[in-house]
Unconditional design. Structure first.
Length: 249
């Protein structure tokens, strides 16, 4: 199902979707993100949000209410997923079946991720083979094992030169499954996010393997599917000492 919207506007479908999501968030939160960057590749869809923090959220954060902001935003954004799904399908002809989201409150960033039933068209930048792939996946497995257990399956790809996406299947251990059975999914999500993002941010290897700076890392889970998605936003400039030197070095 191809939409006529792209033909009328002359915009790339990703830019149309970015504009729509920016307005949707602004209408919902009273203040939208400064920038919205949409990437698609194969069956994956990501939305990177920068400088996104409403006045109310700022007040809560200043009063050490990060968990309250996390839960409020999670619930609000999840309520928008049906509208986003409908618009993405209208513009691209592709239906999203899974959604994930995470926030980087330290720098007012956010990430929305969708996984579709069919491949997106026009994904020229998508690459399953990229520099450091084997080492990156090995480091993700090591981190997963430190926190819970090695994933039963792991897959990674570059949606574009700045967006690395990693999917893990089969992560939950018995005690986590018991937490879920007792209705403690929100607590489990927060604890896992805090632990995994600490390991992701503190690992010195990703930048070495990718020869790019990791600017942001995001992680979320679908507990029913026992599945997790990690997204790393990269700086395209090579690190000093490898390839071209950074400007100003």
């Amino acid at each position: 199902m191809n939409s006529p919207f792209g033909a009328r506007s002359g915009q790339h479908p990703n830019q149309q979707i970015a504009n729509y999501i920016g307005k949707l968030l602004r209408d919902t939160f009273g203040k939208g993100p400064e920038t919205v960057q949409v990437a698609t590749g194969f069956t994956f869809f990501t939305v990177y949000l920068r400088n996104f923090m409403s006045p109310m959220e700022k007040v809560l954060m200043e009063n050490d209410q990060e968990e309250t902001v996390y839960e409020l935003r999670l619930n609000l954004v999840r309520s928008l997923f049906p509208e986003i799904r409908t618009y993405v399908e209208m513009v691209t002809g592709v239906k999203l079946r899974e959604f994930y989201c995470d926030w980087g409150f330290h720098n007012q960033s956010g990430m929305l991720v969708g996984i579709s039933e069919d491949p997106f068209p026009n994904s020229e930048s998508f690459r399953e083979i990229y520099e450091g792939k084997e080492q990156v996946e090995r480091e993700i497995v090591r981190i997963s094992q430190e926190i819970q257990k090695p994933p039963e399956e792991i897959y990674s790809c570059m949606l574009n030169p700045r967006t690395l996406l990693i999917v893990r299947n089969g992560l939950l251990v018995r005690i986590e499954k018991e937490f879920l059975r007792l209705g403690q999914a929100p607590l489990l999500r927060r604890v896992k996010a805090r632990l995994e993002k600490t390991y992701l941010h503190n690992s010195e290897y990703f930048q070495e393997y990718l020869n790019q700076r990791v600017m942001d890392s995001f992680v979320d889970w679908d507990f029913e599917r026992d599945k997790s998605v990690i997204v790393m936003m990269l700086n395209q400039k090579p690190l000093p000492g490898k390839g071209e030197r950074l400007l100003g070095d």
